[in-house]
Design a protein. Structure first.
Length: 126
């Protein structure tokens, strides 16, 4: 877990004595968003791999490989989706903290952190 995620969860746990309404399980809607992000990551990997294969097979870098507009768009969409999901998860943790656990959610942030760790390894491998 990242430092930010750990601090948010620790703060929530310190304030939440009764978790009658808040949840430490990610919501189905949030899990669906993460599944879409995973699909976006696979698309970035596919496009990157295709460009690398073209470069390797031709033994030169063509203008189309340098521009790579499709890959750039895919990476931007992926990054925006990651940021949006992180912001949503943090807001849910903050809500749980402010309500002393009566509302909000900590599970979304845990699910996001799990996905982010996996994606970090995959993107480094590229």
């Amino acid at each position: 877990m990242t430092l930010v995620g750990g601090l948010l969860l620790a703060g929530c746990n310190a304030h939440a004595e009764s978790r009658s309404s808040s949840s430490n399980v990610a919501t189905a809607e949030f899990k669906n968003k993460l599944a879409q992000i995973d699909g976006q990551a696979r698309e970035v990997e596919r496009l990157f791999s295709a460009a690398a294969t073209r470069i390797e097979s031709s033994r030169r870098i063509a203008a189309q490989d340098l521009q790579a507009a499709e890959l750039e768009r895919a990476m931007e969409a992926y990054a925006a989706a990651l940021k949006s999901s992180f912001d949503e998860a943090v807001a849910a943790v903050e809500q749980a903290t402010q309500s002393n656990g009566r509302s909000g959610n900590t599970g979304n942030l845990v699910a996001f952190e799990t996905l982010a760790k996996t994606h970090e390894r995959r993107m480094k491998a590229l």
